[in-house]
Design a binder for this molecule. Structure first.
Ligand code: FES
Length: 94
């Protein structure tokens, strides 16, 4: 299980990366009931951009949106370790 802390402990979710090895971070969050902001879901619009404070991700494709070294695009990356993410906008699915 991978622990993901969102916005300084506002939400903490546990992702099952073993059973969903190809899921992106965005898809993992959706499986946990969190709908993170996104548009293209293909790495070029930047709508999902957030700050990676701690942990590692692996990109599944080249990011076309401009990202700073401490930022990630959840729509095209997979979580590798426990993560701390800030500046992420999401809502809880009802
Ligand atoms: S949703 Fe467009 S870059 Fe992630």
């Amino acid at each position: 299980m991978i622990k993901v802390d969102l916005n300084g402990g506002e939400e903490v979710v546990y992702l099952d990366a073993t059973h969903n090895p190809n899921a992106t971070l965005l898809q993992h969050l959706a499986l946990q009931g969190l709908e993170a902001e996104s548009q293209c879901r293909d790495g070029f619009c930047g709508a999902c951009k957030c700050k990676l404070v701690e942990g590692d991700v692996e990109y599944t494709q080249t990011a076309l949106a401009f990202v700073m070294p401490d930022e990630v695009l959840p729509c095209i990356c997979k979580p590798l370790t426990n993560l701390k993410i800030t500046q992420i906008t999401y809502h809880i699915k009802s």
